[in-house]
Design a protein around this ligand. Sequence first.
Ligand code: FUB
Length: 366
Amino acid sequence: MLKITPLSAFALLSATVLSASCQNNAGSTQTAEKKDTAKSKFISKPLVTQIYTADPSAHVFNGKIYVYPSHDIDTGTPENDNGDHFNMKDFHILSMDSIGGKVTDNGEALNIKNIPWAGRQLWAPDAAYENGTYYLYFPVKDKSDIFRIGVATSKSPVGPFKAGAKPIEGSFSIDPCVFKDTDGSYYMYYGGIWGGQLQRWATGKYSGPEGSKTDLGKDDQPALTPKVVKLSKNMLGFAEKPKDAVILDETGKPLLGKDHDRRFFEGSWMYKYDGKYYFTYSTGDTHLLCYATGTSPYGPFTYKGVILKPVQGWTSHHSIVEIKGKWYLFYHDTELSGKTHLRNVKVTELKHRADGSIETINEFVK
Ligand code: FUB
């Protein structure tokens, strides 16, 4: 069941909750989700309104801004503890010349029916460009209902993309983020607990759906960590065994399972600022986007604070990118629909203070 913390209570309140019932992405029942959007004021507007979009991974390729989001649809799939209600089937890529400019929906870029090994649920993607080819990385459940990460290629940033015959060997769980370091090496960060299945891989092998459906179930032990792995030169596979990207507290100890306000849940992102690695992520059931910094792409990363307070909706997922000397946070909420599984992507400016810390953003106008 969902643990109601002061922060999650704040999330519900700040979104002006009406009585109804809903479930989170991993499905634990929350009371009161339907939002009175008419009473909520937001700092940003949805980038597109003709389709529902979520999990925005933004990049600048060739001077143009591209957003690689999930494409939320309503398939009538009942909400449950595995997040089955996020039953997405394709990707649409958004593009724009500038922040605040016209946003183009470039149509279907990849459909689940053209991924030979896929079963269901096309979740949060990311993209990279190298040597004349665009790479689209995506999680989807295979035909045994196990989340794996796949890769598809195209000569165009907006597709159509052609998926590989198999998932990336050794991949599992969800939410791939691909980061190019200044030395040209690429790393993938990935993983998500609860419906993202990371807890099923805690021993290094798949344990099956039995056991804890949420996390390790060990409050006083180190929390599950995101995974980090160097990509192979051809961008299509892992060059090594994935490692734990450990997040430490201010005393240098790994964050514990019970620390729901700070421990990793899903939605990894990585960027470099002022020579430091910023690992950013969602805390899931406490609805925060947080950041932790380090001196190596492998971590460890030390927890630093909150980037984005709880948004309207249960999930929070983001990317951070520099565009023409300013930094931007791409994120999502449920302003358009008021429904957990029908989200819309947005963008707002993100500011670093002189000491490198990030100014916390509140998506609601005060
Ligand atoms: O969009 C499906 C899932 O919801 C993503 O993989 C998570 O990050 C959450 O946003």
